[in-house]
Write a protein that binds this ligand. Sequence first.
Ligand code: HEM
Length: 569
Amino acid sequence: MSLMQHAADMWQSASQLTTKNNAIIAGVSVVSISVAVRWYRRRYNDSAPPGYKGRKDLPYPPGLPVLGNVFQLSISKVIGNLENWAWEYGTAYKTYAGPFPIVVLSSTTAIDEVLKERPYNIRRSANVEKLFEDCNIPGLFSMEGERWRHSRNWMAPQLTQAKTNKAGPVMTKHVVSLRSALQEISKKMEEINEKFYPSITSLESSHQTNVFYNPKDLKIDITPFREYAFSVMIDFAFAHENNTHFSPTLFQDLKIVFDVIRRRALYPIPLYKYGIRDAMDKKFDRTIADLKSSIKRIIEDYTPENFKQNEDKMSTMLESLYIAAQEEEEQNEKSNMNTATKAAKRVTIDDIVGNLITAIVAGYDTTSNTLHNIAYMLACNPEAQKKLQEEADSIFGPPEKRANMSAEELSAVFNDDYIKQFPYANAVIQETNRLLPIGSMMDGQLTKDLVIDGHYYRKKTVFLALTRVAALRSCPTPHPFRFRPERWIECTPEERRIHDKTAWGFGGGPRMCPGRHLATMELVIAVVSVFTLFDIKQIEKPGSAPHAVESNPSSSLLDNVHLRYIPRY
Ligand code: HEM
């Protein structure tokens, strides 16, 4: 066979092979696409039974094929983007994250319905449970179904109003540190203000420079709020008078836990699960392991008799959870449940640790960010600030008196019903939570077909509930977008009922925030005993400076806010 002929034969068989391969590739592609389309149609089935409207009938902002609305959503302003569409497209619309549809709800009826259906017919988005599970800290926030119910029944009684009232001395102890830290910030900001706008003594020349404003000098410092919320949570959860069991750096290390959880929530690929862990991941693992062994040691040393003798004192959540777990264990042993059910109901150290860390994670950023938002709202609304100061002065006496009060003296001022004692402070907190709630959006996924606000949605539908928009839409008192704490006080009983019903700053339904009493008490104590020591004002800036903006992907924490705390004492 000549070389030419050999080459021609090879070419022919190669092209036959290519034609065969092409046919195989084409066949596999057609099958894969049709499987994907069938899967997509079944998974994202938007048909509704006759007589109902469904997802297919919802309006939506136009987007790109396959990519949907991804390029119209900015990660740091996603809540604002979705809320703007809600005002434009109405109480129910859909948006597409790539090819995946998401229903966005913002009517009072829809929000009420979805909050009540959790956790059985609606779950939090699937990756929350997985994330906390992978981090080895499963807790109330991330649990679903029966496991959630069990933890909730066990956690909620530790956070009742009566129990949190006993935490007053812990809070005043830390509020004294908050006061010192704000006094420091006050000094720094007054120096900056004086540097930017020194008092003009003479006008020697018309070309004289009198203003030295420099944006680089301005930093946002919410560390004091974070330290306050963190210290209260740590004492309340487990450290109160029992610090000896923990490593000296544990509480500092715990802060990394929050950063790692936040970072993992945003990872597109969970590298840490495949053994690719950086220094932060490793520190996270060590901290959780340390925490578990410290808690084990506390439990081993623990005698329930000591605890029972101290019932008038605040017990830590760890003590209360442990006692509750023991009691449950005893009941389980006495009952005639089968062994498997008993084992399922057994509370483990992991459950205790997971729930304690959950409480700290859930109560730390939320409370400190709310304090920051309240300070900003007061700075923007001097009349409301004045009323708040008058209320505090009428109970504590003039500001110079409480500027130096000890924790014990402060604690003695508060009675058990701090909300009735400081109604205007409470209204300021409610009003801030209405306009700048930390959680203004909640997510969920249907675990069965459901009718929500007249629309029929199929199982697995993913939705977002915009609670702030819904509350604003149904506001029964005038000027819904204005900061008017009076609306919570000077209103008819029917108006108040609607305000309370739509006060979703702490969520709602069976999953409503169990830490709300503790958080409200922390906020009231900080606002009346520290904020009212100052006239809080925004530092003056030129029109070109960036304005205050909600810039957090998951909460309404404000950026570009620079406040002066001008002493009143
Ligand atoms: C100003 C402070 C706080 C705000 C704004 C806040 C807000 C919220 C919100 C919006 C939810 C979701 C509720 C829902 O899904 O319906 C929640 C859940 C939760 N919060 Fe808070 N929270 C605060 C403080 C706290 C504190 C101090 C604790 C702990 C003691 C805490 C513990 C929890 C827990 C464990 C959950 C999950 C409840 C469940 O899924 O059953 N929170 N919180």
